[in-house]
Write a protein that binds this ligand. Sequence first.
Ligand code: C2E
Ligand code: MG
Ligand code: MG
Length: 414
Amino acid sequence: MLFLDLDRFKLVNDSLGHPVGDELLRAVARVLRECLRTEDTVARLGGDEFAVLLESLPHPQDAMATAQRLERALRTPFQLGTQEVFASASIGLVLGSAVYTQPEELLRDADAAMYRAKALGRACVQLFTSSLHASAVETLQLDAAMRRGLERDEFVVHYQPIVSLAEGRVVGLEALVRWAHPERGLVMPAAFIPAAEETGLIVPLGARVLREACHQVRAWHALRPGAPPLQLCVNLSARQLAQEGLADTLARILAETGLPPSQLELEVTESVVIGDAERTGRVLGELRALGVSLSMDDFGTGYSSLSFLHRFPFQKLKVDRSFVGRLAEGEKSREVVRTIIGLAHALGLGVVAEGVESSAQLGALQRMGCESVQGFLFAAPLDAAGTEALLRDDPRWEGGSVLGVSSRAAIAAP
Ligand code: C2E
Ligand code: MG
Ligand code: MG
């Protein structure tokens, strides 16, 4: 059984109109029929989803070969009227076996494999495996545990300082969520954010983080009277951005907590913008209109970063820590970082380097004109009490000597 879903079909409908979308579906159906045997069954399940049942194949591997042939055939551009339309499909494949007693079970697993194909970058075939089933079960269990955790208020926000090299002080804090699990201790985002994104729980969780962080940073301003206000940076996931009413939620949180919008910065990764570009552009525009700023996180790890930088209204770019980590490897890796920083400045964007762990890295970044940094060299993410103590007591974070770890003069030296 194959489960086939067209990639970015919505884009065709939205940009070329529904009649062209309908025409594309008919053309896809024709290709499917042409590529299959007369004894195979093709069905349109709805929208841009098709299922194919391949019966009595001589060898199981023939199923994969057929799926791949379909996938390739659908990549050939379609001539629809005067338009040339490019399509591709993500296909999930499941092999029948004695464990399946109901047709719905095959369809369910083919669907799960299709989702995996989408997650792996679309336009490919994925075979359903029992580990895929296990991971789907795991995600559901994790989801249930997270929902309980959210009810019991187990999610906490930690803050990592962002240091301006020019000003030599903390200019901002990045909010990073952790799960204070009653049995497992402090759980890091990598262990639950992907599942929360998959199940949609990231929407209420993200709103909770946003509200708590805005409230907290607003309260901390009072700790540093006279000092320029701290910028709060909060991560936004693709799922949150796709949610209707994000701008309304944000406006409400800003109003409730009293944090001025100019002090909030939302970080999004490149993967967020590869979906529906037109919609993404509109939502980012709505957020900008509220007065918050936007930064592109983990720059250089995703796709097509360059076109997105000028297409969407970003004010800042965060150099991914993998590039910073390789700074010591040689001229080539230094050149990559230098180029990213130069590109950002040429486009009028600010730059933050992430994951700065050594003073050698700091020195190199400073020589390249990078204006702000974040990393274990200055501070790891701290809980609210730790952050407050740092903001209140440690003189390094006030005046000009925040870089006390290795004094500013030393940093400036080659
Ligand atoms: P990110 O936004 O790129 O955050 C930076 C990550 O780098 C954090 O990991 C931080 O602890 C880590 N880091 C900072 N300095 C250093 C360093 O010097 N060396 C090394 N090796 N690592 C450093 P963390 O807190 O585990 O968060 C991981 C990711 O989870 C974040 O990456 C972000 O994408 C996501 N995330 C965290 N909190 C939230 C949230 O509230 N909402 C959403 N949607 N995503 C979140
Ligand atoms: Mg971030
Ligand atoms: Mg990052």
